[in-house]
Every structure is written in C-alpha cells, then in structure tokens.
Design a binder for this molecule. Sequence first.
Ligand SMILES: O=C(O)[C@H](O)[C@@H](O)[C@H](O)[C@H](O)COP(=O)(O)O
Length: 535
Amino acid sequence: MVSKDTIIIIAICAVLAALVIVAVAIRVVKKASSTSNPLPPVQPLARHREQQVAKFEGSLPRSQTWYGSQNHLAPHNLVSISTRGSRASLLAQTSSPADTESAASYSPSMYNQSLHLPNHSFEPSRPGSSSSLGSSEPGVTSPSLDPPALPRARSFSSSPRRSRPLSVSSSHSTIYSKNSRHTLRGTPHGLHSQIQIVLPAPLAVDRPGADVSTHRSSRFDGDAFDRISVVDKWLSPGMTTRMTPDTVKVATSACSSNSIHVYISDFFKLVLSVIIMAHHQPPNAPILISFPETNELVDSLAKFITKAQKDSIDKKGRFTIALSGGSLPKMLRGLIDNPQIKWAHWQVYYVDERVVPLDHPDSNHRACTENLFSKVPIPADNIHAIDTTLLNDLEELSDAYEKTLIHEFAQKDAARFPVFDLILLGMGPDGHTASLFPGHDLLNEEDRWVAYVDDSPKPPPKRITFTYPVINHAARVAFVAAGKEKAETLPTILDHPEEGLPSSRVKPVFPGQLYWFVDNAAASKVAYPRTPFQL
Ligand SMILES: O=C(O)[C@H](O)[C@@H](O)[C@H](O)[C@H](O)COP(=O)(O)O
C-alpha cells in the first residue's frame, strides 16, 4: 500500500520534473532563436541573493571564498508550509499582498495544517482530531505549548560532552568551531535526518550576531558531524520565501546559459525543501486523561499498555518499553495476571536508574521487580538493568547502558534514534522527569542517549538517565502523576510550558504521542483540556 507521503512526493517530483523540462525547452528555443531578449525583472528572492553575495564577498579576504557552511535554523529563518484553504505553498515575504493571494499552489489538499520546521513547539492539534484514546472535545484544541525558554543552566556536574554512539549516527550534528559550539537542531525524523548538503559560505545564512570568522574556522567533527542539511539559507532573519509554481517557472524560464546552474540549484533546493517539509509535522499536543480515583488510573493505564504492546508485537514482533522509578512501578499492578500481555516479546529498559546495587532499596530495578516482574512470567534476559560492575565509573556505566540501547535498536530499526514503543515517566514536585532536573545542563544534551548526574537534588545523587533525544523519539510517552502533591506543579507543566521545566520539554517528535495519566487530585488546578479515556 503506497503511503500518502509517497504519493505526495511522487506528485511533487512529477510536477517539478515537468517544470525542469519546460525550463530547458525554453532555453533551447532561446538559443535557437538567438535573439537577445531582455531577462525578466530580477525576482525579489534572486535580488536578495545578489545583495547577499555582494555583501559576503566584500567581507572576505581575497584568499578565502569558501568555508564550511554553518547551518543554523533559527526560528525566524524557517521556511514553512501553510495552507490557504486547500492550497499549500511556501510562505514568503512577498512584494505585495496580491502576490500572496495570486500565488498558485501545487500541493493537494492533504496539507490541512501549518507545518513548521523544527522549532520544538506544540501546535494544537486540529479541533476534534482523533487520537488513539478517542478524540478531544470537538472545537476544543489544546493550548499551544510554545518552546520553553531554556533556564540558565546551574553548575551541576554531569556527563561531559562526547560524540554520539559511533555505530549509530544521530540526526543532530554538532559543528565545533574555535570559539564556540554550534549545534544543529532538528527533529531526528525531520529536516536533518535524511539529507546531507554542504553549501559554500555565500549560501549559508548569516546567523544573527554570527561571527563570520567563526564560520571560517569551523571544523566538522568527524564523529559528531554526520550530516548537515540546509533549507534555502538565503532567507534573511524574518524573511521567508514563497515559492510557487509561478515563481519557479519564472526562475527557470529566466535562465540564461551562464546562470542556469544557479537557478536550477535553487530549483532543486526548493524541490528538496518541499519534499522534506512535506514530511515534517509539528509534535502532537499532549492528551490529558484525568481519573477520579487512582485505581481507575491503574486499570486504564494497564489497558493502554496492553494495547500499545499488542500494536507493537503485531507490527514488529517485539515491544520495547522504558520505565521510570518513584511511584510508577506500583502503578503497573494492573498488568499482573493479564492474559493479553505477551511478556516474552517485551524488552524492558529503565528511563533512569540510581547508581546503586540492584538489590539496594533505592534501585528502580528492585522497585519494578518487587512490584511487577516478580509477579509475571517475563524472561529475566528481557529486563535490561545497569551493569553493576561499573558503579564506580559513571561515564563507563552510562556508555555501557547506551550500548545496550544501540544493540536493541541500531541493529533492528532504520531509525536514527532508538524509537521506544512506550516510555513511562513520572513527574517530580519540581517538574523534573527521569533524572533531568530543572536548570541542569543535561536538559540541553542533544548527542548522548544516556547521560549521568552525580549531584541529583533528589537522592540518591548518582544516576544515569535517558536524554531528551531518546525520550522525544518514542512512539508513545506517558506520564503517570497522581496525588495532590503534584497539584502545584502540573499546571506549570501543561498550562505554562514556556517556563521550561523538564517535564514540559517532553515533546515526542511527530508522529509520537504524549499522554498524561493523572488523577483529579493532581490535575485539580490544571486548565489544559481533558480527553476521555478511550482505546
Ligand atoms: O528514579 C526516579 O526518581 C524517577 O525516575 C523519577 O524521575 C520519578 O519518576 C519522579 O521523581 C517522580 O517520582 P514520584 O512519582 O514518586 O513522585
């Protein structure tokens, strides 16, 4: 069954190939007629580029004309697709409103919502959009959860930076320059995960306040740098480009023999952008399910997990799940004596774990074993605990756990990051989740899959933890938060994500879905709309 995306891509390619043929035919005709027709007026975008080239060349010493491109998709440089009715087109700063309205679109009506390049913000799902747990109330959309302002990192000690697992490349690339580290952001299934194009300097956008010299001294870290992709980098801050078939036709038909390569390269960048962004969707809005009593929450959570494991096993023959500690293990008792659970197909990991022996009272593995695993027929080998021979070396311990993830995922899935079928999280009174604590440097970790802290504000101090790149690539992430002691924090997490608390930064990349299983006591002060529990 050909997927919708594939059909979109094929349609777009066919249209664009036709345009290329038209452009080449026009060039041939022009050459044949060899009459000197005046070029059409330079398009706003092309003019902007000429100005940029002149500015850039003026700023370079004679000897240096090329440098590793620095691609940093600052939000205002985003090229985004949005629809007007059934029309989709790349938004642009157009010379006149008329241009806006007259721009033909070439995409079918399947684009029924704004698509934005990765800026890590939730777009409210469309009112009445369906979810695997039933649809939200018609007409009620989730409040937009804007990207959080990153709090100033406190001086916690945590995992020093190291490149990602070598055997599995992530889609986040880090370019180190002499003076500073620039990290390319992008949702690993999004812009950065498929394409590698390195453009010469003049085509790289000037990041606000960027020091051009930094660019020139940039080096690509062989380990960390595995791919870079650019959208049209000539978009000046605040400028977006609307490229429509009309504009593209003009661009290609304007080609003279000595400039056709420029327009065609723009043309293919457009093609690339359209195809890539046709694939990119903003994260789904969280689904909040609140239960009057904890027991109802436990039963519904068990049904939810049962369905998730069935879907995964039916599709892949296995179910990968990661568990948190704290009160979560007790909330899993609904899985005991459940005949629908195929324990032999489960692969269980820990979202975080205290660096203590496995029989220590603080061990999450011990908590999960006492509350669940000792009561169900799950093979011991399917439970992946930490290597307690490495308790005295946090770096080695976190590396070793990361390697177990690589073994599980890198050799079975084509994804660039481990894609857990389900990750179960708790939320601490300070808004922490896993062992990711407010203001901690680990909140900004984009390369490591597993990191460590040795000064956790929640005892015990030494822990290893998944990082956001892993958490935010799961197919499903479910927070479980119950009790009135969560009532003060939950409104900040769901109603004011801009505060940037760690739990607010859990935003599974599309099509991942985030759920909150809470009781009414925890949600008593939350404004965020509830969704009825439905499988
Ligand atoms: O190892 C841990 O401590 C947990 O993974 C931690 O992130 C926990 O989920 C929260 O602290 C919430 O704990 P409670 O649910 O017990 O409040």
